[in-house]
Design a protein around this ligand. Structure first.
Ligand code: MTE
Length: 332
């Protein structure tokens, strides 16, 4: 993100995995059903089966963390899921380096046990949750979300977790709570780039309370049916699919309810480039590049076309009303 050279200077990994057989089979089934005129009724169940087939086809090496398919509107997509290999080796996690390959190489030093998340500020029931408490707080769901990075690339990832609203409801926000701040781990002993001048550590992100309460906002513990790899934000991170990826803080240790808009890491670093809202918006350019199109990781062959970026990353039907009447050019 900070890299000021040029947007086109990013190097993408070559996808070495091929689409698993199950997906082809599912697509053929859909085509057959469409020909038979039964597409509408069959679409929902087909989408579910495709999602499942893709997830099962991407095993990693970590502990299993399964989730039932989510019923939240917008939580499943029929798009091809990004290869696990790409999703776990092309990362932004500046605590472990600024290169896309640094987190996968360096994040093995992150110590994820024991882990606690402290909830404080304007709530009736402040609490310190162990990771085990958090995992038990609600049923795990699988959500297949697009993640669009502000740099112009995107992925489709099957996350495992539950709506952040589940946790928010448990701690009972006070009437004057309007924002939530997410403070992430900043341990120079285990995170080699904490202390570097790239950002003001810890990495802090924040949401308006209604954004945080939206059912799509996910507290994620896993992906591809397993616990999160360290480089993807283990053991617990946020995923806010309609916002640029940097709003989804990794390795969260504190959640603070406030009445004032918090200062966030990227906004502090470059306020004219990274606004508080940072909703995916193809109509508002980054000052140094357009946000109208994106490159899907895994599709970057010689002839691969860029995709058009969708308003709110394609989640407009679900989240558009959160911003009714707001000038999204001003509140970028
Ligand atoms: N969280 C922390 N703590 N540190 C970071 O550097 N990078 C952000 C976000 N969360 C970041 C972070 C950015 S810029 C993006 S695009 C996403 O994480 C990337 O998530 P992924 O690597 O799991 O795809």
């Amino acid at each position: 993100m900070l890299i000021k050279t040029s947007a086109s200077g990013f190097i993408h990994p070559v996808s070495s995995e091929i689409t698993p057989q199950g997906i082809y089979r599912s697509r053929r089934e859909l085509i057959k059903l469409m020909a038979g005129g039964a597409a509408g009724a069959a679409l929902a169940s087909w989408a579910g089966r495709e999602a499942l087939a893709q997830t099962v086809a991407k095993p990693g090496k970590l502990a299993a963390l399964a989730g039932a398919r989510s019923a939240v509107a917008g939580a499943v997509t029929m798009e091809k899921i990004t290869d696990y290999k790409d999703a776990s080796s092309y990362n932004n996690f500046y605590e472990f380096g600024t290169d896309k390959s640094d987190p996968a190489r360096n994040a093995h030093t992150l110590k994820t046990t024991p882990w606690t998340v402290e909830v404080e500020g304007l709530v009736k029931k402040p609490a310190k949750y162990t990771l085990e408490d958090l995992l038990k707080l609600s049923a795990q769901e699988e959500r297949i979300y697009r993640l669009r990075c502000v740099e112009g690339w995107s992925m489709v990832i099957p996350w495992v977790g539950y709506s952040l609203a589940e946790l928010i409801n448990k701690v009972e926000p006070l009437g004057n709570a309007r924002y939530i701040e997410f403070i992430t781990q900043a341990d120079p002993k285990t995170m080699p780039y904490v202390g570097s001048r790239v950002l003001d550590w810890p990495y802090v992100e924040a949401l308006r309370l209604d954004e945080a309460m939206h059912p799509l906002t996910l507290l994620a513990f896993g992906m591809y049916g397993e616990v999160l790899p360290n480089q993807n934000g283990a053991p617990v991170r946020l995923v806010v699919p309609w916002k640029y990826g940097f709003k989804s803080g990794k390795s969260i240790v504190k959640i603070r309810f406030t009445d004032r808009e918090p200062k966030t890491a990227w906004n502090k670093a470059a306020a004219n480039e990274y606004g508080f809202y940072s909703n995916v918006n193809p109509n508002v350019d980054h000052p140094r590049w357009s946000q109208a199109t994106e490159r899907r990781i895994g599709e970057d062959g010689l002839f691969a076309k860029k995709r058009k970026t969708l308003m709110f990353n394609g989640y407009e039907a679900q989240v558009g009303q959160l911003y009714a009447g707001m000038d999204l050019k001003k509140y970028y």
